[in-house]
Design a protein around this ligand. Structure first.
Ligand code: SF4
Length: 213
């Protein structure tokens, strides 16, 4: 795909949604970090339901640590993998207090050293809480990048690196939100809505004609 096409694609996605953001509810970098840890293999809606009850009671490392693993599980038991997530969240809270004065670090190295925090989670926090250009490539971004031809790659790291290289600078900060939302609602996994897609004429997906109705 050439540069001009990419510019046009992101211009249209931006026009359709000028201020994209995560669908996870949060009001501080710490709340976002915990929500993202909880969201692995779970829906944002499910995480929001749990954090709507948790955060009014405990939304700092100190307060969540005070709940303890079992106390925390009571709030998040509707979320998949809640046992291991509770352990990781408690360990992360402890690490934030001991190593970062209770603050969420704003660099990749320190974020990825926290329990339960991988590259994708770090990218979401860097991008969404701290406004740094970063691509948290999830299943939606991976699919959209490959299908459209914006940034094809064999694995999520390939796609992440290519997106960082080829997405025009002016779109870099918000690109991952546009791609996630496009994949979640339009370029869906089983039945993409190509007939209603704002970038259909630019997309290089060979089978798009099969999904035009
Ligand atoms: S045309 Fe279809 S395959 Fe291409 S981006 Fe749009 S929904 Fe996805």
């Amino acid at each position: 795909m050439n540069k001009q096409k990419r510019i046009e694609i992101f211009t249209r996605l931006r026009d359709a949604n000028p201020n994209p953001t995560t669908e996870l509810n949060y009001s501080s970098p710490f709340e976002l970090l915990i929500a993202v840890i909880l969201s692995a293999q779970a829906t944002d809606v499910g995480v929001n339901k749990a954090t709507a009850k948790l955060y009014p009671v405990a939304n700092t490392p100190e307060k969540i640590l005070a709940l303890g693993v079992d106390g925390l599980k009571d709030y998040i038991k509707t979320i998949g993998l809640f046992n291991s997530k509770a352990e990781n969240v408690i360990k992360t809270c402890r690490a934030l207090i001991e190593k970062h004065r209770g603050e969420v670090p704003d660099n990749r190295e320190d974020l990825e050293a926290l329990p339960g925090v991988g590259r994708k989670t770090a990218n979401v926090v860097l991008n969404t809480a701290f406004g740094q250009p970063a691509m948290a490539v999830d299943t939606h971004i991976f699919r959209v990048s490959n299908r459209t031809g914006i940034a094809p790659g064999k694995n999520v790291l390939d796609v992440e690196k290519r997106l960082m290289r080829v997405v025009p600078k002016e779109f870099l900060l918000d690109a991952h939100h546009w791609l996630i939302l496009h994949g979640r609602y339009t370029c869906t996994a089983r039945k993409p809505k190509c007939g209603a897609c704002v970038i259909e004429d630019l997309c290089e997906f060979k089978q798009k004609r099969d999904y035009m109705e």
